[in-house]
Design a protein around this ligand. Structure first.
Ligand code: ADP
Ligand code: MG
Length: 658
């Protein structure tokens, strides 16, 4: 007697049905030796496939013991079962179970991917097997382009890929015409002649009669087990042909574990790309949530950084050491209009302090400015001679008024660029022209440069006059709106602020003023824009999470659509980890591509928006882009894990039966 490869003792298989259980296999005792060719025959529904799935380690028995090569199969973990399927078994199914998106050669290679065979060797061997099975011309065809007989031959090649010491064929001729069926049976006989163990499951007695031994099964019981007197063995093939299909043993392969893992991950990567490509529209729609989320996070952060930068640049142009003293207790103090204690004498007194570099009083009002037939509303600023020094404003043309003008209530005016445009347009030189503000005639002596962005860049028209002129001609009193102070360069602005506060309290007898320094403004603006950025980023992150849930949703659909594929991969020996990685990688790739597209859109948004609206500045930060990629990867992992895990935990038999 040959070595027993498969030993079944008292094997039973039951399924829950209603309240109880139905036994579809019972008390199966069977020993199959190395190199036998066995047919299992029986009517449809007698339990043949169930038995074969147990023998092939696709399914587990509910009762009895199963020893494979002398080892107890019940003790095996899922991955050990996968290893047996991969290393020892070759499955041939009635419906071929080829993967539609792979070529014939690609299908044949699948078991070798999971065995860790190097790429070139894998391909060479797949082509060799296909040539041997008469498919020389068809190696690059997809299953849809092959006839049933050809597809079945591809599936036989796949069964032989890793060795296939035991060939399990479940109704291999069931879907074929008689000629192709004959061919397939002859191939199986050849494989037996080479020394392989071949087990054929069939309901067709004429197929069974090709086998050496016929086991008959009825209602889950073995009813007959006899050698076939009509068996005609094939002549063993010449040694050269046999050698060709015999695989190298795993020990012969000079492969480390690491490169094997790398190879499997690379294959999973290509598989993921292939499946994304096969469902382009769906992939794109899945990505949409991620794209929008990432694009808006990057945009918002860039816009926040941009506006902060412009505003801060503006404050810096005011100088870091400027203080502005206002009447009242704070902005919005309703009494501030009535407080008239802040006067130009205060400004003069401050100017004498050693810690003060320059002082300018300011008063302001508004009025209608006219030139020729044009008129517009303008802000009338009464300022001191040092005003432009303090504020850092520059002249585009003309000159600024001097102390004599202030002392003499001169009717000189410096206008800003907005005013020049509104009143004079491009043709006329405004210098020396006389404009009217209300009933007061003013001579234009200078035009300021436009300040970039921020506070200065409003669309208001600004006029600058000696403050004395504004007090006398427009306001009729000598109360100041504010006093602007530039602190001397070598003095700490906060110390200067304290000294100045003390001095003014002494002069006024009470603190009826407040001081704004540019540092406060800077801090307020920085923290405001940071808060805004954070807020909008939080909204964008919510959209990312929603996008992630979308990815999870679609991945669950993908998994349930591809249950059949998962079953085939498991049958040829994929580990649970292989399936997990394949689907996880697909989710991560979808998210990562979404992230890349999102970042590209965000990078494009700045320049494109800039074409229409110069007001918005985008400052892209490398960190936010790096975070965008990290977070999209994380979303893929987090939201892809559940679907990938459910795929990897599928029961191979259940998966295959769909
Ligand atoms: P055969 O391959 O001989 O046609 P099967 O082995 O496929 O028969 O099925 C044997 C019996 O087991 C059938 O009656 C079938 O309905 C039942 N069966 C198979 N799989 C399941 C299952 N997953 N749940 C419940 N019953 C099953
Ligand atoms: Mg069946």
């Amino acid at each position: 007697m040959m070595d027993a490869v498969i030993e079944l003792r008292g094997i039973g298989r039951c399924y829950p049905s209603g309240a109880g259980q139905t036994w579809v296999l019972q008390d199966i005792d069977l020993t199959i030796g190395q190199g036998e060719m066995v047919a299992i025959v029986g009517a449809s529904g007698s339990g043949k496939s169930t038995l074969m799935n147990i023998i092939g380690c696709l399914d587990r028995a509910s009762a009895g013991s199963f020893r494979l090569y002398g080892k107890d199969v019940a003790a095996f973990q899922a991955d050990e079962l996968a290893a047996y399927r991969r290393e020892h078994f070759g499955f041939i199914f009635q419906r071929y179970h080829l993967l539609a998106e792979l070529t014939a050669a690609g299908n044949v290679e699948v078991p070798a991917i999971y065995a860790g065979t190097p790429r070139e060797e894998r391909h060479r061997r797949a082509v060799e097997l296909l040539v041997r099975l008469g498919l020389d011309e068809r190696t690059d065809h997809r299953p849809g382009q092959l006839s049933g007989g050809q597809q079945q031959r591809v599936s036989i090649a796949r069964a032989l890929m890793n060795g296939g010491e035991i060939i399990l064929a479940d109704e291999p001729t069931g879907a074929l015409d008689s000629h192709s069926g004959e061919e397939v049976l002859n191939i199986l006989r050849e494989l037996h002649a080479e020394g392989r163990t071949v087990i054929i499951v069939t309901h067709d007695m004429s197929v069974a009669r090709k086998a050496q031994r016929i086991i008959e099964i009825r209602d889950g019981h073995v009813v007959a087990d006899k050698p076939n007197p009509d068996f005609m063995p094939m002549a063993p093939p010449p040694p050269a042909a046999a050698a060709k299909t015999a695989p190298e043993s795993a020990a012969q392969r000079p492969m480390g574990r690491l490169s094997m893992t790398q190879d499997r991950i690379r294959e999973a990567f290509f598989m993921a790309l292939r499946s994304m490509n096969a469902h382009r529209l769906r992939t794109l729609l899945t990505m949409l949530g991620i794209i929008i989320g990432i694009a808006s996070v990057v945009c918002v952060v860039a816009l926040g950084a941009g506006s902060r930068k412009t505003v801060l640049a503006n404050i810096s142009s005011l100088g870091t050491n400027t203080l502005e003293i206002f009447a009242g207790t704070s902005f919005g103090d309703t009494r501030s209009g009535k407080i008239t204690t802040l006067v130009s004498d205060d400004a003069d007194a401050l100017a004498k302090q050693p810690y003060v570099a320059a002082v300018t009083p300011t008063v302001s009002t508004s009025g209608v400015v006219r030139f020729a037939n044009k008129e517009a509303n303008a802000l009338v600023n009464g300022v001191g001679v040092r005003y432009f020094d303090v504020r850092g404003t520059k002249l585009a043309s003309g000159r600024f008024f001097d102390q004599a003008a202030v002392d003499n209530y001169a009717q000189d005016v410096v206008i800003d660029e907005n005013t020049r445009k509104s009143l004079f347009g491009n043709g006329i030189d405004p210098l020396g022209k006389v404009i009217m503000v209300g009933s007061v005639a003013l001579q234009v002596i200078g035009v300021t440069q436009t300040q970039q962005g921020g506070f200065g860049a409003s669309s208001n028209l600004q006029l600058y006059l000696p403050y004395t002129t504004v007090e006398v001609r427009f306001l009729g009193n000598t109360a100041l709106r504010s006093v602007n102070v530039r602190v001397a360069d070598d003095v700490d602005p906060s110390l200067a602020e304290q000294a100045l506060t003390r001095l003014l309290i002494l002069r006024h007898g009470t603190k009826d003023f407040f001081i704004l320094n540019t540092d406060d403004i800077r801090q307020t603006i920085t923290s405001t824009t940071e808060t805004m950025t954070l807020l909008i980023a939080a909204i964008a992150i919510i959209s990312l999470v929603v996008g992630g849930i979308g990815v999870m949703n679609i991945m669950l659909v993908t998994v349930s659509e591809r249950v059949g594929e998962i079953g085939v991969r498991m049958a040829v020996g994929a580990r649970q980890g292989d399936i997990l990685i394949q689907f996880l990688l697909e989710a991560v790739l979808v998210c990562l591509f979404g992230g890349v597209i999102g970042v590209l859109i965000a990078l494009g948004a700045g320049p494109i928006l800039g074409l229409f609206q110069q007001k918005y500045t985008f400052v892209y930060s490398v960190t936010s882009i790096v975070y965008a990629f990290l977070s999209s990867t994380a979303i893929g992992v987090v939201f892809g894990y559940l679907p990938a895990r459910s795929a990897s935990k599928l029961d191979p038999v259940v998966a295959l039966s769909r």
